[in-house]
Write a protein that binds this ligand. Structure first.
Ligand SMILES: C[S@@+](CC[C@H](N)C(=O)[O-])C[C@H]1O[C@@H](n2cnc3c(N)ncnc32)[C@H](O)[C@@H]1O
Length: 355
């Protein structure tokens, strides 16, 4: 991977101006492929909390289900198998490659749709479907297949172009975002979506080293910035025992590129509107902001009154639309985390539609 050093930049400025604002240089990146726990990103996609999802979806024959994040089909194929022939299972994914791959695998009761789940209500209504009487599953984030493909640009462990779009037919790439956003905007994104303490320092390094074109360059830059500011020798120390230092920045940029929180908000509203009484909603999140959004959404939809607490008489006339099934989010057990490192940050919440 090409590295950019102080001496490679144009002359004409004093030494102090030549130096990166953080004193951070890009260097050859380490070739680690370990995610911690001895697992590599190359592991096939293993569905997270599969049995729990199936239980909570309460799969019944003859019903309609939606897997809003079909991915590698781990959940989808089991839902389709358990629901059986008389059922209809919609499988949505915004990644065209995931849908193309699934086309060869799914049984006759599955209908695949290449779309953003924020559009699923419209997609289903175009097929004459206005309610879902079985359940809806969303298993958020990226799949192992997306991470494994260097060309997709999701992985800090594989050098590739900085794309990071789940749907490569639309929207700006990570490269566009990183090379055009202001330092302030980048710091905000990295802080908000990545919960990265050193967001301002990383944003400053990015702006100084622009243009940045590859995942390797970004990963090096983040690693070097954190090493410098945390004054620690190894990346394992700088981001916890099992996390690469670029984890949080890559996650933040990916979430911004794909507008993940905005899509989730719309998806939840549409899911509530589409579910028939007795149907279930099951959501697996991998990020605290997503989990907070789901938790808050379920709480509001399950409330029977939203009047101010001190108001003596209820005037809101609200009725509870959901019954929360998981008071606390389910998490993967130790055995699952050992077998599938992706599951370690998963939180599963479920609810049943009431009216
Ligand atoms: C964690 S994977 C799902 C894996 C799947 N449950 C399985 O077991 O194989 C997440 C998938 O959701 C897709 N995805 C993420 N955001 C999406 C969105 N807004 N609309 C549609 N699909 C989305 C990604 O492209 C990815 O394939």
């Amino acid at each position: 991977m090409p590295s950019k050093s102080r001496s490679s930049r144009k002359s004409g400025k004093g030494e102090a101006e030549h130096a990166s604002p953080n004193g951070v240089e890009l260097s050859n990146r380490s070739k680690g492929s370990d995610l911690g726990n001895g697992q590599s990103e190359d592991a096939p996609h293993i569905p997270v909390m599969l049995e729990e999802c199936l239980d909570l979806l309460n799969i019944r024959p003859g019903r309609t289900y939606l897997d809003a994040t079909a991915g590698a089909g781990g959940h989808l194929l089991r839902i389709a198998g358990d629901a059986g022939k008389g059922s209809t299972i919609f499988g949505v994914d915004r990644d065209r490659y995931a849908i193309e791959r699934l086309q060869k695998l799914v049984p006759g009761n599955v209908r695949l749709i290449h779309s953003n789940y924020s559009q699923f209500r419209q997609n289903l209504s175009e097929q004459g479907v206005t309610t879902i009487d079985g359940g809806i599953l969303a298993d958020l984030g990226v799949s192992s297949m997306q991470l494994d493909e260097a060309e997709r640009g999701f992985s800090f462990l594989r050098n590739g172009p900085l794309d990071m779009r789940m749907d490569q037919s639309k929207g700006q790439t990570a490269e566009d975002l990183l090379n055009t956003a202001s330092e302030h905007e980048l710091a905000d994104i990295i802080f908000r979506y990545g919960e990265e303490r050193f967001s301002r320092q990383i944003a400053r390094s990015i702006v100084y080293h622009r243009p940045i074109k590859t995942t390797g360059e970004l990963s090096d830059l983040v690693g070097n910035t954190l090493r410098k500011f945390q004054k620690q020798k190894s990346w394992k120390d700088s981001a916890g025992p099992s996390k690469h230092p670029a984890t949080r920045t890559f996650q933040a940029i990916r979430m911004a590129v794909n507008e993940e929180l905005q899509c989730l908000e719309k998806f939840l509203e549409d899911a509530l509107a589409m579910l028939a009484p007795g149907a279930r909603l099951v959501v697996i999140t991998f990020h605290s902001l997503e989990d907070r959004m789901v938790k808050q959404f379920l709480r509001t939809a399950s409330a029977s009154c939203v009047c101010p607490p001190r108001q003596p008489v209820c005037t809101c006339n609200k009725t509870s639309q959901l019954l929360i099934i998981t008071r606390k989010p389910l998490v993967a057990d130790e055995k699952e985390v050992l077998a599938n490192v992706r599951s370690r940050s998963a939180k599963l919440r479920a609810a049943e539609k009431l009216v």
